[in-house]
Every structure is written in structure tokens, then in C-alpha cells.
Design a protein around this ligand. Structure first.
Ligand code: ADP
Ligand code: GLC
Length: 537
């Protein structure tokens, strides 16, 4: 892993042309933090003087009228290998609060349904075609728009095929041929692994179906392909950039990440403080600032009332807003919660995910109505009110590439209690009792005991050290994680990628797996090669 601060680049370019391919973008479509990032980063890149354009599906839920989307003339033709050519319309919109164009792919069969990736916790069976289509269409659209990007920026497995395509079938394309790519990994767990027959749809040739390219455990693994082929890689915190190289966090791809460690960077996400600011948050019953916290007390009592809890200013209120999945430590929370409820505390929880968790936490609410309230589902205004109304915000994640809620919590003076992993570890400073520094409470072991002990520590401090809590709140509310700063780091990576040759050119024609960094002047390291398996139909 390399440090961006250490990059010796002449000066940051202006006027870069950036093509961003992604499956989510706020406010149009969001399943998690990926949507927040793709909805924010381009705005700040544009403010820095760059021409950035986003390509994404027009999911059924994206209302054309509401967002003023205009259908562009013509049809986009996308070669889908063995399926043949597929066609789609393209709608153009703007990222709200900016002039950033967003191009929406209109395809009834692929995207005309509820849900982004799944319904009722079951992934769509055609997610392979849906996102290979997005990846290819993102490149094909450049011809339609006559847009020649300087760099193509892909996110997660959904568009991880883009760097592979750029190095193979699109190597000599009129608009994207020879262009470098950046792949941002938001989560190593989701890799886009599919039946090997997807090779025939990708259409890059079966010679790329080998363990140094797209193949993993006999399947196509799109993230793996992207990790090998992208000119540069980054993830969303420096901590996770280190962790994803280990067996504990790499989900089987840690070896690939390690091979490319010289091209891997960590950039902590920013916070959109236009949306997450207690001084002007329209969702709150009262606003407040670090200088005057009286509005926060109103937010707390309203939240207690709204969630059906006794309105008690004298008890610490712990908030959670999270996908209810193992990544978020929901299992250790389930184990710890009976003991936690023996303390004089209240919990408010918002989220959805694994069905067992809906029932389990629903039952806890029924058993402890005076202490525990859960709302299942997605509710952005309530998420804001929890950030403001709670005293503590709990994130017991097993892994967390960045995490956004802990950064929102800091701004709202709601002290995060986090497991020290990835972006949580990077963005929260542990409370030090002797000099009252820090912004929250951290635990290290991923188990119910450590979670219980640390919540206990926070609750004890709340009851017995109001001076310390007051100081921690001031420390927390003064913290900033700006997109201005993060966007500048991305520009430096784009610039570095431009200075590199695209990986596909290194050994074009030899079909050699590309596993080494194309450092300027450095000879590619020899790699052991395994023959591609015989083509299967
Ligand atoms: P992840 O992307 O892994 O889910 P992040 O912390 O990066 O985690 O981002 C989650 C985002 O989704 C945050 O903006 C959070 O407020 C929001 N969010 C998660 N669950 C809900 C929910 N049930 N209702 C409203 N917002 C939610
Ligand atoms: C992923 C990660 C989360 C991160 C988000 C945005 O969903 O799980 O930690 O904040 O992407 O980068």
C-alpha cells in the first residue's frame, strides 16, 4: 500500500475528462455507502475543474419526471458476446447541485424491476448480465456522446469488468482505447463470481479465464479481473488497504491484492456536510451546534417519543443505523444485547437485512419496550434523527472499509462506539481518560465480551464523567472529513494513472496475465503462467 501524500507529482491537472461507471449514485439509487460516494465525489471533482460524467442503470425506481431526465436521440448498441447485440436507450440527467451529467441506461428487461441487486435478500439470477451490460455500455456510450475520457473510474465488482475490457477488447477502441483505469474497492466481500459461461458474454476470449486473470475456483470472478487489470487501485481507507491484503479481510483475493500492493492506495471517504449538519438539518425537530447543544436534548426526547421509549434525559441513548448483516457485527450485538439491557440504557436501531435479525431484534423490543426500539426498513429522515438524538452511536463491524455513519455521528456530537477496524479505526480516536483526548470509544476483539465491555465503559463515563463526555463531544464536533480533500487525492491518483501506461499495453498480443505494476522504467516481473483451461461451451 502506498501513501498518496508521498506521491511526487508535478501539479494536479485541471480539466481532466473522467468517466465514472457505477451501480449506485445518490439521490437516484442507493443500497449503501457506495451510493453516497458516487453521489458526492463527482460534484467535488467538477468543482476542481474536471469534466466528470457518470454512467449507471435507470432502475425502475428512478423516476424520469422527478429528476427531469431527457431521453437522448439514438440507441446504444452493446455487444454481449454469445447473447449478441443488445440495445438500450440513454437518458441524461444532472447530479443535483451540480452540472455533472449522469447517463442512465434504459433497459426494461435488465433494470425494469424493484430493487438494485435483489429482492427479499435473494440476488437476481441475471446480475451477471445486468452488470456486464453496465460495464460494456459505459465504454460504448463514449462513442454515442463523442466523449474521449482521460481516465475511466470503476467501483466495486459491478463495474470491475471495465478495466479488463479496456485491456482487451477495447484496447484499440476509437474513444477509450489505451485509457488508464482506476478501480475503487468499497467492499472485498462482494466479488461478482458467476458461472464460467459468463466468459462467452464478456467476449474477451477464454485465454483470460485463468487464475491470474478472471478465474477463481472455477468461476468467473469480476472483482479479481478488475484487481489485476486496473491501472491503479484504491480503497476507502488506509486501514482497509492494509487489511484487504490479509486472509482475515481479503475474502480469498488477498493474494491478488498483495501482488498489486504497489499500486494500491487508501482514500478515506468524505462526508457531504450539506446533508449531514446539525446546524441546518431539515429532518431534525431542533437544530444545534457545538456552542449550543440545547437542540440536541430536544432531538433526544423527540426520538425517544417517536420510537415509543420512555422520554428520559437521564439515561444514555445508543443509536444504530445499519444493514443487518454479519459485516456490521450484528451477530455479536445479538449475543451481547441481553446483558447490555441489564444496564440503565436505551437503544434505537434502524436497518434491514438478514431475516433472522428482523425477528430477533423485534422480539427484543417486545421483551424490553422501555429500553429497546427497532424499526426495520430504510428511512433516511429517521437515520438523521437517530444521528442527532442519540448520545452514542454503535458500530461493532467485523470489517468496515470506510463506514460513513461514524463520521456523521462525530459531526452530530454523538460519540461513536466502534470496533477498531478499517475506516472506523482511521476516523475515530479512542478516548484517553488522562488527558480527555479522543472522539469515541473503541474495541478490538470481534466478540460480544469486548462489545459489552466497551459499551459499559462509555455508559460508565456518561454517568460519572460528564466533564469528559462534554470534552469528547467538542472534540468530535470539531472533526471534518471533507470531500474537497478526498477529491484532491483522487485527482492525484488519476494523474498518476495517466503517467503510467495502461496495463494492457505492456504485453499486448502475448496474452500474458498482467500481474505487475507498470512502474515507469521498471521491467515487468516475470510471472509463472498456467495454461488457460480448454474452452468450455
Ligand atoms: P455500507 O455501505 O457498508 O452499508 P456505510 O456506512 O458506508 O455502510 O453507508 C451506509 C449508508 O446507508 C449511510 O449513509 C447510512 O446512513 C445509510 N443507511 C444504512 N441503513 C439505513 C437505513 N435502514 N435507513 C436509512 N439509511 C440507512
Ligand atoms: C461499502 C463499505 C463501507 C463504505 C462504503 C462506501 O459499502 O461497506 O464501509 O463506507 O462502501 O465506500
Amino acid at each position: 500500500m502506498k501513501s498518496i501524500a508521498a506521491l511526487s507529482l508535478s501539479e494536479v491537472n485541471v480539466g481532466l475528462k473522467i468517466l465514472m461507471a457505477a451501480s449506485e449514485c445518490v439521490p437516484f439509487a442507493k443500497a449503501g455507502g457506495l451510493g453516497d460516494v458516487v453521489g458526492a465525489l463527482p460534484k467535488y471533482l467538477a468543482q476542481l475543474g474536471h469534466d466528470v460524467r457518470i454512467v449507471m442503470p435507470r432502475y425502475y425506481g428512478i423516476d424520469r419526471q422527478r429528476y427531469g431526465l431527457k431521453l437522448l436521440p439514438g440507441t446504444l448498441t452493446v455487444p454481449m458476446g454469445i447473447i449478441g447485440e443488445m440495445y438500450c436507450g440513454v437518458c441524461e440527467g444532472r447530479l443535483p447541485g451540480s452540472d455533472v451529467p449522469v447517463y442512465f441506461l434504459e433497459h426494461e428487461q435488465l433494470y425494469g424491476r424493484d430493487g438494485l441487486y435483489e429482492v427479499d435478500n435473494v440476488g437476481f439470477l441475471d446480475n451477471d448480465n445486468r452488470f456486464v451490460f453496465l460495464s460494456k455500455a459505459s465504454l460504448e456510450i463514449c462513442k454515442m456522446l463523442d466523449f474521449t475520457p482521460d481516465i475511466v473510474h470503476a467501483h466495486d465488482w459491478h463495474t470491475a469488468a471495465v478495466p479488463v475490457l479496456l485491456n482487451t477488447t477495447y484496447l484499440h477502441d476509437s474513444h477509450v482505447g489505451g485509457k488508464p483505469s482506476l478501480l475503487t474497492v468499497h467492499n472485498m466481500q462482494y466479488q461478482g463470481n458467476f458461472y464460467e459461461g459468463l466468459m462467452d458474454v464478456l467476449g474477451v476470449g477464454w485465454e483470460w479465464f485463468n487464475y491470474l486473470n478472471l478465474e477463481k475456483d472455477g468461476e468467473v470472478n469480476l472483482l479479481k479481473g478488475g484487481l489485476y487489470h486496473a491501472t491503479l487501485l484504491n480503497t476507502v481507507s488506509e486501514g482497509y488497504a492494509r487489511e484487504m491484503q490479509t486472509a482475515e479481510y481479503g475474502w480469498g483475493l488477498e493474494g491478488v491484492v498483495r501482488e498489486r500492493a504497489a499500486d494500491l492506495y487508501g482514500i478515506l471517504n468524505g462526508v457531504d456536510y450539506d446533508e449531514w449538519n446539525p446546524e441546518n438539518d431539515p429532518y431534525l425537530p431542533a437544530r444545534y451546534s457545538a456552542d449550543d447543544l440545547s437542540g440536541k436534548a430536544v432531538c433526544k426526547s423527540e426520538l425517544q417519543r417517536d420510537m415509543g421509549l420512555p422520554v428520559r434525559p437521564d439515561v444514555p441513548l445508543i443509536g444504530l443505523v445499519s444493514r443487518m448483516v454479519k459485516q456490521k457485527g450484528i451477530d455479536i450485538l445479538a449475543e451481547a444485547i441481553p446483558r447490555l439491557l441489564e444496564l440503565d440504557v436505551q437503544f434505537v436501531m434502524l436497518g434491514g437485512g438478514e431475516p433472522w435479525a428482523h425477528f430477533y431484534f423485534g422480539d427484543i423490543m417486545v421483551a424490553h419496550p422501555e429500553k429497546f426500539a427497532v424499526r426495520i426498513g430504510y428511512d433516511n429522515p429517521l437515520a438523521h434523527r437517530i444521528e442527532a438524538g442519540a448520545d452514542f452511536f454503535l458500530m461493532p463491524s467485523a470489517f468496515e472499509p470506510c463506514g460513513l455513519n461514524q463520521m456523521y455521528s462525530l459531526r452530530y456530537g454523538t460519540l461513536p462506539i466502534v470496533r477498531a477496524t478499517g475506516g472506523l479505526d482511521d476516523s475515530v480516536d479512542n478516548f484517553r481518560e488522562h488527558d480527555l483526548t479522543g472522539t469515541g470509544f473503541k474495541f478490538f476483539n470481534l466478540d460480544a465480551q469486548a462489545l459489552f465491555d466497551t459499551v459499559g465503559w462509555a455508559v460508565y463515563t456518561w454517568f460519572n464523567r460528564p466533564d469528559a463526555i462534554g470534552q469528547l463531544i467538542r472534540n468530535a464536533m470539531a472533526k471534518r472529513f471533507t470531500w474537497e480533500e478526498a477529491a484532491q487525492k483522487y485527482v492525484r491518483l488519476y494523474q498518476l494513472a495517466l503517467e503510467r501506461r495502461p496495463r494492457g499495453e505492456i504485453q499486448e498480443g502475448r496474452r500474458t496475465p498482467l500481474t505487475v505494476s507498470a512502474h515507469k522504467g521498471a521491467a515487468p516481473m516475470a510471472v509463472s503462467r498456467r495454461r488457460a483451461p480448454a474452452r468450455k461451451k
